[in-house]
Ligand binder design. Structure first.
Ligand code: ZN
Length: 397
């Protein structure tokens, strides 16, 4: 082993220098070799060697000349946004979503794959189909695949999925399976953890402390504290979806009853409105002929149309969520909470209902200082977060 050490260290230094130089050019957009050397503290010879290599690999290109300070005008370097592409996938929505993303986090092509309630191996097969289809649309060399999974991901066990309740994945070695199939760098993260990173990288909020709560086919939170993702001792930080909110409530996929997720996840909410509105003379009854076809969009419509049964169920949903958020505020005192997922359709009035409950469930002055808003990143939030994680892994972004 000892004989290999100097070689390993040398390799490590080379990788470190390459990342540092690439990152510096990426951040500056147009920069000369001399300025890269100044910014990184590396010698001009090292910078030139690494840059030549990056140019050969088409990851950096020369883009004209800068202004001279006496001698020859310096040649400027830039990273083309499409020098590499990557695949970002969100497996935490009712239909799997994925996209081809470039180095600047711009979505180049996106695709959804209906899940039709599939679980286990069949769901994994759908994920493969989605990635296969995306891979076929890549127009630049692929850097890797970033995947957001709605479950606890254990990095000490090779990023296997410890448990994804709604997909029935238990101890699934997803990273190894994807690596074997695609032979690319793979990064797997919990979907809410990916969402909070997306919000801090690409969103409006640049705070060092931030919580993103994602409500879709599951409910979970990503906690960003002191500028870092808080994963927790067992990598399950933010798994608020399986905290009981209704004693003896509806059965959850985790085996317990009355979990927050079993009550407010997208399809559970549709089901609750269906039960409440079917025998009600409200506006939703005028709109919906077939109750089995009741959609989330119908509920958003009915909420804005002040349908009484819908209003009751949606306000109750705000109370369940508000109580969960009050616990997060009490435990973390993080002043900025972002809601991701389709609940955004309910608008400002829904946020007001959440705030009302929070104020009565946590210290009022802590809640007063807490800002709650919807994410502006839309349905691609997890895809962007998974991409950011992959870029960080490969380039130290
Ligand atoms: Zn549960």
């Amino acid at each position: 082993m000892e004989n290999n050490l100097p070689k390993a260290t040398h390799q490590h230094t080379r990788t470190h220098n390459r990342r540092l130089i690439f990152r510096t050019i990426f951040d500056h957009d147009r920069i000369s070799r001399a300025d890269v050397a100044r910014a990184t503290g590396l010698t001009r010879t090292t910078v030139s060697q690494v840059v030549d290599n990056l140019i050969r690999r088409k990851m950096v290109k020369e883009v004209g000349t800068g202004s001279s300070t006496g001698g020859k005008s310096p040649i400027l370097l830039s990273v083309p946004s499409n020098a590499r592409q990557l695949i970002g996938v969100d497996l935490g929505s009712p239909e799997f979503r994925g996209a081809i993303v470039n180095l600047r986090g711009e979505i180049q092509y996106s695709l959804t794959m209906p899940l039709d309630g599939q679980q286990g191996t069949a769901a994994l097969e759908r994920a493969f189909n989605l990635i296969d289809a995306l891979k076929a649309h890549a127009t630049s060399p692929l850097l890797g695949i970033g995947v957001g999974v709605p479950g606890v991901i254990d990095p000490t066990k090779g990023s296997s999925v410890h448990w994804a309740v709604n997909l029935s994945w238990l101890d699934l070695p997803i990273r190894a399976l994807l690596k074997k199939r695609y032979r690319l760098p793979i990064y797997v993260a919990n979907d809410a953890h990916a969402a909070v990173l997306a919000e801090s990288f690409f969103g409006n909020c640049k705070n060092l402390n931030l919580i993103v709560v994602k409500v879709e086919s599951g409910v979970s939170a990503g906690i960003f504290a002191n500028g870092e993702l808080w994963k927790g001792d067992g990598f399950g930080a933010g798994e608020i979806g399986h905290v009981t909110v209704v004693e003896n409530g509806p059965l959850c996929n985790c085996g317990h009853r009355g979990c927050l997720e079993a009550v407010i996840r997208k399809d559970a909410l549709v089901q609750r409105v269906r039960l409440a509105a079917q025998n009600d003379a409200g506006r939703l009854r005028e709109r919906v002929r077939n109750w089995n076809a009741l959609s989330f969009d119908d509920i958003v419509w009915a909420w804005h149309a002040n349908d009484p049964a819908t209003t009751t169920v949606v306000c109750e949903t705000a109370q369940f969520l508000g109580s969960a958020l009050a616990n997060l505020v009490g435990a973390w005192n993080i002043n900025h909470i972002v809601l991701a997922g389709p609940l955004k359709g309910f608008g400002e009035r829904f946020l007001q209902e959440i705030r009302k409950t929070m104020s009565s469930h946590a210290l009022a002055h802590l809640v007063e200082d807490t800002q709650i808003e919807y994410s502006t990143l839309g349905a691609e939030i997890v895809i962007l977060g998974a991409s950011a994680l992959l870029l960080d892994e490969v380039f130290g972004m």
